[in-house]
Design a protein around this ligand. Structure first.
Ligand code: PEP
Ligand code: MN
Length: 362
C-alpha cells in the first residue's frame, strides 16, 4: 500500500529556486524575540530558505526549559515579514496544529518522541485534514521503520501530500560516538519502500555535537538525501536547549559551502559503462556468495541429521564462540569492522540453527 502514497515533489512546497539539498536552519528553541530575529538574519544571510524554531519542546526530564509557547509564534511571524523565509515548527498535538496554522507557520514537523505514538500522530493528522501544508516526520526514537512509515500513512490518509521524512538517529542505552545512533540502513530501507518520499538529514540530533556535524552531513549527501535540517543559534554556547550541537549561522554557512555534492546519476556514457561493468562483477560475486552459503548450509544440515541421530542439542555454545572468534580475527585482517563480522556471522549461524531445528522436529 505504501508505494501508492501520493507524495508531492519538493518543488511543490512554494519555495523559490529550490536547490539540492533543501536547507532548514534555525535554533533548537525560540527563546527570546531578539535571539529569534538575530539568528534569523544570520540564517537568511547564509542563503537558507526555511527557518526553524521549536516553540513547544519535548524534553527528556522535567524542570528544564520546555519551550516558550504560543508567544514564540509571533516572533516567527516577524521573521517571515522581515526576511521572507518560510517558517517551520514542531507540533505534538491538535492544539499546537491549530495555533501554528492560525499564526501562518508554513511547514510543520513531527518530533521523534511523537512519531512513536500512533494516538498522537492520528490526532495531529485529524487536525490537519484538508490542509495543504508540508509536514516532515522525524524517525521514532526507537529503530522501528514500520512505525515511521505508519505515521507517514496516517498523514497521507487525511490528504497531506507535501510529506518528507527526517532522519535524526535512534536512542541507545550505551553512549556511542554520537548522541543518537544513525543506523543508516533504516532510512535507506525507507527510501526503498517509499522512493518518492524526500529524505532530510538532521545531523544536529544525530551527533549531539557540532564537532561532528560535517561528517554526518556529508554522509547524508553521499546517500542522496534531498534535504537538511540543522540547528543554528546566534550564541550557541548560551542556548537554552541543545547548546552543544548548535552552531552560528556563519559556521553553518561554511559547513554548507564545504559539502561535496555528487550527482545521483552520471550522464556520461563512459562513466555509466564502467559502472555497469563493475556492477556486473558485484552481481557475480553476490551469486557466488549465495552458492557458497548454500554449500555451507548443506554441511550444517548434515550435521543436524547427525545431531538428531545421536541426541545432541542443536546449539553448541563453545563451538559457536570459536567460530565467531576466528571469524572476527580473520575479518579484521581483511579490513572488515567488528560490527559487520558480528552481524554477518550471527545471521549465518542463526539460519543454520533454524534449519537444524527443522530437522530435529521433522
Ligand atoms: C528538535 O528538532 O528540536 C527536536 C526536539 O528533535 P527530535 O524530535 O529529533 O528530538
Ligand atoms: Mn534540539
Amino acid at each position: 500500500m505504501s508505494k501508492n502514497l501520493k507524495i508531492a515533489e519538493l518543488s511543490a512546497w512554494s519555495i523559490e529556486n529550490i536547490d539540492r539539498p533543501l536547507i532548514i536552519g534555525g535554533p533548537c528553541s525560540a527563546e527570546t524575540e531578539e535571539q529569534v530575529l538575530e539568528t534569523a538574519r544570520g540564517i537568511k544571510a547564509a542563503g537558507i530558505p526555511i527557518f526553524r524554531a521549536g516553540i513547544w519542546k519535548p524534553r527528556t526530564r522535567p524542570n528544564s526549559f520546555e519551550g516558550i509557547g504560543a508567544q514564540g509564534l509571533i516572533w516567527l511571524q516577524k521573521v517571515k515579514a522581515e526576511t521572507g523565509m518560510l517558517t517551520a515548527t514542531e507540533v505534538a498535538n491538535a492544539k499546537h496544529v491549530e495555533l501554528a496554522l492560525g499564526a501562518g507557520v508554513d511547514i510543520l514537523w513531527i518530533g521523534a518522541r511523537t512519531t512513536v505514538n500512533p494516538f498522537a500522530v492520528q490526532e495531529i493528522a485529524d487536525a490537519l485534514r484538508g490542509k495543504d501544508i508540508p509536514v516532515l516526520v522525524k524517525n521514532p526514537i526507537n529503530p522501528d521503520l514500520e512505525l515511521w512509515i505508519g505515521a507517514i500513512e496516517r498523514l497521507s490518509a487525511v490528504g497531506i501530500t507535501k510529506l518528507a521524512a527526517i532522519h535524526r538517529g535512534f536512542s541507545t542505552y550505551q553512549k556511542l560516538k554520537y548522541r543518537n545512533d544513525p543506523q543508516w540502513q533504516i532510512p535507506i530501507e525507507m527510501k526503498r519502500r517509499l522512493p518518492n518520499l524526500p529524505m532530510f538529514c538532521d545531523p544536529s540530533h544525530i551527533t549531539g555535537d557540532r564537532a561532528f556535524l560535517d561528517e554526518v552531513t556529508q554522509k547524508s549527501m553521499d546517500l542522496n538525501y534531498e534535504g537538511l535540517i540543522i540547528e543554528s543559534h546566534c550564541k550557541p554556547e548560551e542556548a537554552w536547549s541543545d547548546a552543544k550541537q548548535q552552531l552560528t549561522p556563519k559556521s553553518l554557512e561554511e559547513l554548507l559551502a564545504n559539502l561535496v555534492l555528487r550527482d545521483p546519476e552520471a550522464d556520461n556514457e563512459v562513466i555509466n559503462n564502467t559502472l555497469g561493468e563493475l556492477r556486473h562483477l558485484i552481481d557475480d560475486f553476490d551469486q557466488k556468495l549465495l552458492e557458497l552459503l548454500e554449500n555451507r548450509m548443506q554441511v550444517a544440515k548434515t550435521i543436524g541429521h547427525y545431531k538428531k541421530e545421536n541426541n545432541i542439542t542443536v546449539l553448541q555454545n563453545k563451538r559457536w564462540g570459536q567460530i565467531l572468534e576466528k571469524s572476527l580475527e580473520n575479518g579484521k585482517k581483511k579490513g572488515f569492522s567488528e560490527q559487520f563480522i558480528n552481524n554477518l556471522f550471527k545471521a549465518i549461524h542463526q539460519e543454520s540453527i533454524n534449519q537444524q531445528e527443522d530437522i530435529m522436529n521433522s
